[in-house]
Design a protein around this ligand. Structure first.
Ligand code: ATP
Length: 234
């Protein structure tokens, strides 16, 4: 198991949001966590990225315990998080945002990483001099993913990558995520847009009220009557 959560409890101040969470992602998989608004999906990713502390339990990346490490240390360990708000440097150009993503990497590798990101998202090459906050929502999402890739992650976590995007851009972003997986990066996604996420996932988990209630392959959950009714609007 490449990423593994054992009995993880985390939350804000005195409030536990996720309870006794157990799930894992194998090396080279795309795994999704789907669930309603407020189920605790974002909180889960924030705990994995070191943005909030866990109260108990273990998070292992490639066998090493990483719970409660500093976020920059977690990036150095190979796990990079793309937040829902994308957290771009709005006044900086596309290429500057990308270069900032490589803060853990030797300077000599930056050019090659940039080339890989531009190959994945050609629009970023075309717009490399443009200020990030003047890009469309879809382009900003591509930039946020591109910046994460500049840190050469072994594991990428993505919070609602399709949120607010037009349907054709959702398809483009999800296609890019598959290519990232095919290039050897392990991917964990949380999504409310369940149908789209399940379509590209090797496996998925359903989260309700801070706990995993169901798991299966993307196909199994897509075919499950319970999931179809609750999350796919069918
Ligand atoms: P969404 O898709 O709306 O982001 P989610 O499944 O990702 O939903 P979380 O964002 O993890 O859910 O939120 C779970 C619960 O934690 C919610 O009840 C939310 O109000 C609460 N919460 C989130 N952030 C904070 C915070 N900083 N302080 C206190 N409570 C918070």
């Amino acid at each position: 198991m490449f990423l593994q959560l054992d009995s993880v409890t985390a939350g804000y101040r005195r409030l536990d949001i996720v309870h006794d969470l157990n799930f894992h992602v194998e090396r080279g998989e795309i795994v999704s966590i789907i669930g309603a608004n407020g189920a605790g999906k974002t909180t889960t990713l924030r705990a994995i990225a070191g943005l909030i502390n866990t109260r108990s339990g273990r998070i292992r990346l490639d066998g090493e315990e990483v719970q409660n490490q500093r976020p920059d240390q977690i990036v150095k360990n190979g796990m990079v998080h793309v937040a829902q708000d994308r957290a771009l440097f709005g006044d900086l150009a596309v290429h500057e945002n990308l270069t900032m993503g490589a803060f853990t990497q030797p300077k000599s590798t930056i050019r090659e990483s940039l080339e890989q990101v531009f190959e994945l998202f050609p629009i970023l090459r075309e717009r490399r001099m443009q200020r990030a906050n003047t890009m469309s929502g879809g382009q900003q999402q591509m930039l946020a993913i591109g910046r994460a890739l500049m840190a050469r992650p072994t594991c990428l976590t993505l919070d609602e990558p399709s949120i607010g995007l037009a349907p054709n851009l959702v398809a483009q972003v999800l296609e890019a995520i598959k290519r990232i997986r095919d290039a050897g990066v392990t991917v964990l996604i949380v999504e409310q847009n369940a149908a789209q996420a399940l379509a590209i996932s090797d496996r998925a988990y359903v989260m309700e009220s801070g706990s995993i209630v169901l798991e299966g392959t993307g196909q199994e959950l897509n075919d499950s009557a319970e999931v179809r009714k609750a999350y796919l609007g069918m």
